[in-house]
Design a protein around this ligand. Structure first.
Ligand SMILES: [Cu+2]
Length: 254
């Protein structure tokens, strides 16, 4: 999560975000070398009053200042392309989540591993469940940061290739999760997709990143990355609670 005066990225929690942070560092090193060299040359030319007036061409220096930038571009393009391919398109994601943005909260559609067949008549099979996640009112005792805690967390299993389908029901929002390097717009009438494979368990926070209305700053995203078995049992127990509520206190245990 973001920390006070934290000027760098948040700690990465997926392989692709680690690659992205590496790419950032790689580009910054090259960029600083170029900026320092160019600044030095410009400053040197400004203060230097001597020049050679018969100088009209210099094949060697022209070759160097053509070849060096081309070489730098080649150094930049390989990690850039590999990161792009790592982030894009898992061919066979194991799980597909749906994230729906509303003014001003998120709702999540979460898949279940196996469809739960309730013995209660007329209720049928369930292969997913859906819930809303609103911002929680802040209190010191709750143990979540101010403006980032949610009424329901979004659970994802660790080490599983997941696909997030992101859409919106009203205006343009943006789903963003810095520690997983995820950010994509949630557009009404359109589905965008993100791929993620969380590499460690924990609680991670994000926020809507598109100015979407008066309560734009009050629709946080809190993601819990948990083990696969926890994810399964959480899904089941969540569904049980939901069923019990809707049936007015009937015990729905399997
Ligand atoms: Cu929004």
């Amino acid at each position: 999560m973001p920390s006070w005066l934290g000027l760098n990225f948040q700690d990465s929690c997926s392989f692709s975000s680690g690659e992205l942070f590496f790419l950032h560092d790689h580009v910054m090193v090259i960029m600083f070398m170029v900026v320092i060299l160019i600044t030095y040359i410009m400053f040197y030319l400004l203060v230097n009053l001597k020049f050679y007036k018969f100088l009209s061409e210099g094949t060697l220096i022209e070759t160097i200042w053509s070849m060096v930038p081309a070489f730098l571009l080649v150094i930049l393009v390989f990690p850039s392309m590999s990161t792009l391919y790592i982030m894009e398109d898992y061919k066979f994601p194991s799980l597909t989540f749906k994230v729906v943005a509303h003014q001003w909260y998120w709702s999540y559609v979460v898949p279940l591993f196996k469809s739960l067949n309730f013995s209660l008549k007329g209720l049928g099979d369930f292969s997913f469940y859906e819930y809303d996640s609103m911002m929680e009112e802040f209190s010191d005792s709750e143990g979540f940061p101010r403006l980032l805690g949610c009424s329901s967390d979004f659970f994802m299993p660790v080490g599983v290739s997941s696909r997030l389908l992101i859409t919106s029901t009203d205006v343009i929002h943006s789903f963003s999760l810095p520690s997983m390097s995820l950010k994509v717009d949630a557009l009404p009438g359109r589905i965008n997709q993100l791929f993620v494979n969380p590499s460690r368990v924990g609680l991670f926070f994000g926020q809507c990143s598109e100015i979407c209305g008066s309560n734009h700053s009050f629709m946080p995203i809190s993601v819990v990355v948990c083990s696969l078995s926890d994810f399964d049992s959480l899904g089941k127990s969540y569904l049980m609670d939901l069923m019990e509520d809707s049936l007015g206190g009937v015990d729905c245990s399997l």
